[in-house]
Design a protein around this ligand. Sequence first.
Ligand SMILES: [Fe+2]
Length: 202
Amino acid sequence: MYELKPLPFLYQDLEPFIDTHTMGLHYWKHQMNYLIQLNKLLEKNKFSFSYPMEEIYDYITSFQKEDQNNILFYLGGVLNHNLYWQSINPNQKEFLQGNLKDAVDQKFGSFDHFKRNWIENAMDLKGSGYVFLVKTPKGEVEIITTQNQDSPLQFGYIPLFCIDMWEHAYYLNYKNEKKNYIDNFFQLANFRYANQKYNEKI
Ligand SMILES: [Fe+2]
């Protein structure tokens, strides 16, 4: 069975931007539930657990048809949160650098334009979902939004960085003030994982 990756920081490390209670619920209740439900469905399908979770997207049609949508949902629930934790990790923070910085500058003109585009996408997102910075098959970068727990991997993109726009990510602290959550996200943003992932060969 798959296991939950350890959180790369303590629940209280994101205060005051993300409160300790929200962080604890988010990791230990929400993400854990996605993992439990995913494992149950995979066991039901007599899955071997012999390859990395990300590769399930490539073999989704090998599972029972009635389970495929649920597997995609819970799989995204685990993987999208793993990326979100990296994106807000307060340890060893990095700004955009190297090849990824060049790609972002080329696409958006500047970090300020990237940030403005990011905030617009997050504000426009209806219902639950995520905003992602992704690497395209051509090696360019784009900002995309996905609904619910859809992953950029389903659309041929490599996810580099994301913000969780489900209300469970912010509602206890920010209530309906979604814009404040998005603005404060940039106080937490860590591009260390994104910088590394962008440079990996596909
Ligand atoms: Fe979440």
